[in-house]
Design a protein. Structure first.
Length: 156
């Protein structure tokens, strides 16, 4: 009887996974059984390793989206507000080194953007305001020495 219960439970869990895969994206919105979907959404690589996880609200990406490499390590964290990039975006390499940080506001580049090499050394420091280049942009060589600097004025 206990074995039968375990088999039924395992089949039920498998059904939940299949149901999750029935969520489809069409024209930027996510649907489940023809209805705009709200809730968690998770995808996996063919071997079962976590590929992506996010929360959907009224069919739109809302909150953090986490993307993973095939080995299961974190690749990216993106922030969304109702399908628009909004907040911090981080990218890691396969060695778990943070190689870029960016910020968005209402779908536009906004704030500091930091780009590093594979070892995590600073290469570029950029700034945006409402999608436009602003402030001092700097570039560095592989050893971290400043090699270029350029000033951008606000166009507002």
């Amino acid at each position: 009887m206990r074995q039968l219960f375990l088999i039924v439970m395992m089949l039920s869990l498998g059904a939940l996974e299949i149901a999750a895969q029935e969520i489809k994206e069409t024209d930027g919105l996510f649907y489940r059984e023809g209805q705009v979907y709200t809730g968690p959404y998770v995808t996996h690589y063919p071997d079962g390793t976590l590929k992506m996880e996010m929360t959907l609200k009224k069919g739109k990406k809302n909150g953090q989206v986490r993307l993973y490499f095939e080995n299961g390590t974190l690749n990216e964290i993106r922030s969304y507000r109702m399908n628009e990039m909004h907040g911090k975006w981080e990218v890691y390499n396969a060695d778990r080194v943070l190689i870029s940080e960016a910020r968005y506001k209402k779908g536009l580049k906004h704030g500091a953007w930091i780009i590093r090499n594979e070892r995590g050394n600073l290469l570029y420091e950029l700034h945006y305001k409402k999608g436009a280049k602003t402030g001092t942009w700097r570039s560095y060589d592989e050893q971290g020495t400043l090699i270029n600097e350029r000033e951008y004025k606000d166009k507002m």
